[in-house]
Design a protein around this ligand. Structure first.
Ligand code: NAD
Ligand code: UDP
Length: 309
């Protein structure tokens, strides 16, 4: 199988490329290296079945492939808010380019959507049937509405042009190769704990998230691509829910850190609670996460320890 991964030099993308190469596929990775890095794919560059092209998916491109995974889009609030207009263009124009390619090639295409389509959810946990509560003019909208529009485009290309789509909604995922400056909560807390810096909790720390380890997520994503029971959307994430304060305490404990917890203002539109209902993933993908928070955090702490040496 020839597989295109957009955003393949990023955190999730590089793990996906690695796994696809292990499975015997030929992988074409397209990435503009905005948040991704060459070092994430260093181990793959010498492999004859792996090819990297530095390109921005906002500009059209051609390739000959059988499957497309569309992951290109900055995912951390700090990075996606850095150039909000560019973020929404990446989700909307980038998806149109990828879908046009899939249509021409008759290739199956999977969209990496997000739990952010649920916004600040009033239904808990979130099933795929929930339509969400997103502020369309807030600081998170460039990402949330961009991803919502991308889902619309995927389903319209399917209805109108019979494009063979798959859509997953990814919930907070963490693990090795998150960027050190990425600003997301798991990497921030681990880096702060290892450096002995203050751990920065935004608000009281009572907001919740449900954290999935990267290996579990990639398994779910590949299963979604290669099944014929549903186009999606399907939630993929770990339903174990923690407050941000619990996460901070767990990181301090596991890294044996002397860091103190401090509080900073809660950014606007920060969702108060989030937990996936994964019934559909269990039913159609025969998938559920295996790696619980403690084990995943230990692996991630070990990675950042090595990086900070
Ligand atoms: P990431 O920032 O590490 O990866 C995104 C990759 O896309 C980077 O390599 C970046 O350089 C590339 N990119 C960005 N804009 C591009 C453009 N215009 N053209 C080409 N390449 C571009 O983030 P990640 O956590 O690996 O996320 C990957 C995908 O999964 C994203 O689409 C994200 O929205 C989605 N997702 C991730 C999570 C999570 O918790 N990690 C949760 C929900 C959804
Ligand atoms: N957060 C925090 N301290 C940090 C970074 C994030 O308290 O240093 C909080 C953030 O306000 C949010 C949660 O942790 O409530 C998850 O943030 P992240 O940016 O990882 O992801 P998202 O908000 O997109 O789920």
């Amino acid at each position: 199988m020839r597989v295109l991964v957009t955003g393949g030099a990023g955190f999730l993308g590089s793990h996906l490329c690695e796994r696809l190469i292990e499975l015997g596929d030929e992988v074409l990775c397209i990435d503009n290296l905005f948040t991704g890095t060459r070092s994430n794919i260093e181990g793959l560059l010498k492999n004859p079945r792996f090819e990297f092209i530095r390109h921005d998916i906002i500009d059209p491109f051609k390739a000959e492939v059988d499957q497309i995974y569309n992951l290109a889009c900055p995912a951390s609030p700090v990075h996606y808010q850095h150039n909000a207009i560019k973020t929404i263009k990446t989700s909307v124009i980038g998806s149109i380019n990828c879908l046009g390619l899939a249509k021409r090639l008759n290739a199956r295409i999977l969209q990496a959507s997000t739990s952010e389509v649920y916004g600040n959810p009033e239904v808990h946990p979130q099933p795929e049937t929930y339509h969400g509560n997103v502020n369309p003019i807030g600081i998170r909208a460039c990402y949330d509405e961009g991803k919502r529009c991308a889902e619309t485009l995927f389903f319209d290309y399917h209805r109108q042009n019979k494009v063979d789509i798959r859509v997953i909604r990814i919930f907070n995922t963490y693990g090795p190769r998150m960027a050190i400056n990425d600003g997301r909560v798991v990497s921030n807390f681990i880096v702060q704990a290892l450096r002995g810096d203050d751990i920065t909790i935004y608000g009281e720390g009572t907001q919740t998230r449900s954290f999935c380890f990267v290996d579990d997520l990639i398994e779910g994503m590949i299963r979604m691509m290669n099944q014929d029971q549903t186009l999606g959307p399907v939630n993929v994430g770990n339903p174990s829910e923690f407050t941000v304060l619990q996460l901070a305490e767990e990181v301090i404990r596991l890294s044996q850190s002397k860091s103190k917890i401090i509080h900073k203002p809660l950014p606007s539109d920060d969702p108060l609670q989030r937990r996936p209902d994964i019934s559909l993933a269990k039913k159609h993908l025969k998938w559920e996460p295996k790696i619980q928070l403690e084990e995943g955090l230990k692996k991630t702490i070990a990675y950042f320890k090595m990086l900070l040496k």
